[in-house]
Ligand binder design. Structure first.
Ligand SMILES: *Cc1c(COP(=O)(O)O)cnc(C)c1O
Length: 375
């Protein structure tokens, strides 16, 4: 990774993604899941074509959440595609039916619209009633724009049958970034039991039980999703007859496989506070700004210095890492202790492979995009 960064164009501003880490993350997750579980990588976490292509050799398919992602999944040759999203257009639905995707239907109205597009394979996305889960972005068990309330299921099943749709199963994605492996296993057990019951009641043979993503990554600390505890807690999971368990991990697969690197353009002090200003910022990696935390980094020293004058630097201090935007909120880290950092060195932010570039406001201020490298 360091070699790739040091070979990048100057001033360095790059994302580096590592195929070996992507593959290792999928292997680790698969080893902790019940045998036969299908892994559909949630490509919104990192939709870089080369990342998706690399992952397709290890996962069973892709989870997509827009018409654009669906088109990318089709182009990439995804063998098994599941399509979620609360605002699918008719064009999206048509494309999904043509692609043979499993459509996670989010409302009765969506079901009705789907019936005009042919014999679609659908999973009903259900917003079940269950206690809140740990993690960020709760999507079920609370009022959200996602899924169908349990009370509406009889109506949903009636629409499926009358519309000639193929009821493949249930989609129950509930949360993102859950670091509590025991709680996540308990959620999956509850979801599987619920889906078994529902499949029995509605006569769904060999159901898909899609429990979604949500496997957490502590991108700024040293917590971790305990895969061993997770595996143990699921070891005697009782799936309904013929059922296929599907998971849709995004963050867990991609986060630790990415690094964001930004060269220091200036080091300066104002009103007693040190600022390290980089070629890059929150328009490339937005999570520190949107979640309000400091992202850890390491300093990759670059000894070459092209100018005939003094090199701005600071030693043994705490610094704020500011980006290139003319905006005081463009800060990647605050009060970060550094032993030495100089203009021309490169700051490397690990764990930036998921929801990094994808969720950032790339074109605000028209700074050049980073370079994207895959190793
Ligand atoms: C975002 C999303 C995922 C992926 O979530 P992670 O927390 O990244 O694992 C999976 N399924 C659906 C429906 C999603 O919206």
């Amino acid at each position: 990774m360091s070699v790739a960064i040091l070979a990048a164009e100057r001033p360095v501003c790059a994302y580096v993604y590592d195929r070996a880490v992507l593959h290792a993350n999928v292997r680790a997750l698969r080893a902790a899941l019940p045998a036969g579980t299908r892994i559909a990588y949630a490509m919104k976490a990192n939709g870089d074509d080369r990342v998706v292509a690399a992952l397709l050799t290890h996962v069973d398919g892709l989870e997509v959440a827009s018409g654009g992602e669906l088109a990318a999944a089709v182009a990439a040759g995804s063998p098994f595609t599941v399509f979620s999203g609360p605002a699918k257009t008719d064009a999206d639905l048509r494309a999904a039916v043509a692609a043979g995707a499993v459509i996670n239907v989010e409302s009765l109205h969506e079901l009705r619209r789907l019936t005009v597009h042919g014999r679609a394979r659908v999973c009903l996305r259900v917003n079940r009633s269950h206690p809140a889960l740990p993690g960020s972005h709760a999507m079920a068990g609370v009022p959200t724009a996602f899924g169908i309330d349990e009370a509406l299921l009889p109506e949903a099943v009636r629409l499926v049958r009358e519309g000639g749709l193929d009821l493949a199963g249930f989609h129950l994605h509930a949360v993102s970034n859950n670091l509590d492996a025991a709680a996540h296993a308990a959620y999956i057990r509850g979801a599987v039991a619920w889906a078994g019951e529902a499949a029995g009641r509605w006569g769904v043979q060999a159901p898909i039980v899609n429990v979604g993503g949500g496997f957490g990554v502590d991108i700024a600390g040293d917590g971790r999703f305990d895969l061993e505890a997770f595996r143990d807690a699921l070891s005697d999971l009782d799936l309904p007859a013929g059922a296929t368990l599907v998971v849709e991990p995004g963050r867990f697969v991609a986060a630790s496989a990415g690094w964001y690197a930004a060269e220091v353009l200036d080091v300066k002090q104002t009103h007693g506070r040190w600022f390290v200003v980089v070629r890059g910022g929150t328009h490339h990696f937005r999570l520190p700004a949107s979640w309000g935390y400091s992202h850890p980094f390491t300093v990759l020293p670059v000894d070459a210095w092209p100018y005939p004058f003094e090199r701005p630097q600071v030693r043994d201090a705490t610094v704020d890492v500011a980006g290139e935007q003319c905006n005081p909120r463009d800060v990647l880290a605050r009060d970060a202790p550094v032993s030495a950092v100089r203009a021309g060195d490169v700051l490397v932010f690990a764990n930036t492979g998921a929801y990094g570039w994808e969720v950032a406001h790339h074109d605000f201020l028209r700074h050049a995009h980073p370079q994207f490298m895959i190793i």
